[in-house]
Design a protein around this ligand. Structure first.
Ligand SMILES: C[S@@+](CC[C@H](N)C(=O)[O-])C[C@H]1O[C@@H](n2cnc3c(N)ncnc32)[C@H](O)[C@@H]1O
Length: 177
């Protein structure tokens, strides 16, 4: 997938440009860069990953493609509470929830949800399967995400886009609010 694919996966989940968004488990920034494009230069983005090297690579790409976007990089484990994030208009967790054991996913989602404003948008990008492998241990299909989102208190969930994946079946993006 390229930058256009990342943008197209998220596009329908972004209600308006600007605002404060967070990309949890942002890695080298595939979806942070997509957020920067979709939200425009007035947005403020928090980009959190436990891998400092990935964030450094990401910061270079951001500087070269979206130099006017404000991005706060944090090297941290997103399952630990953050008490200094501003209320978020939206968040993305892309290809990162599947590292949490199934039994832990609800509490992680609830914690991330607690950072959102009441009408904030929670975008998940995941593989469309419910059985993992060594690299993608605990993926959840759209159907499973919809159930989990409901359990976590989201009243609306919508599939944004789905693409075939050469790694694992399909990759989809969904938004809950
Ligand atoms: C498969 S990569 C996905 C990166 C990016 N979101 C994307 O879709 O291209 C997973 C990323 O999540 C990060 N990650 C996984 N669990 C994390 C956690 N608990 N806290 C912070 N980062 C985490 C990893 O360091 C890695 O950079």
């Amino acid at each position: 997938m390229n930058h256009t694919d990342h943008v197209n996966l998220l596009r329908g989940g972004i209600p308006a440009p600007g605002g404060v968004w967070d990309d949890f488990g942002s890695g080298t920034g595939a979806f942070t860069l997509a957020l920067a494009e979709l939200l425009g230069p007035d947005a403020e983005i928090y980009s959190i990953d436990q891998d400092r090297g990935s964030l450094r690579t990401q910061a270079r790409a951001m500087q070269s493609h979206f130099p006017h976007t404000t991005v706060h990089y944090r090297t941290a484990n997103f399952t630990q509470p953050f008490d200094d994030l501003p209320p978020l208009d939206g968040l993305v967790v892309a290809n990162a929830l599947h590292f949490q054991k199934y039994a832990a996913q609800a509490s992680v989602v609830q914690q991330l949800k607690s950072y959102l404003r009441p009408e904030g948008h929670f975008i998940v990008v995941e593989y469309g399967v419910d059985r993992g492998n060594h690299w993608v241990p605990y993926p959840l299909s759209y159907r499973s995400w919809k159930k989990l989102a409901y359990t976590c208190g989201f009243t609306h969930t919508q599939l944004l886009a789905e693409r075939p994946s050469r790694f694992l079946h399909t990759i989809y993006a969904a938004v809950s609010w």
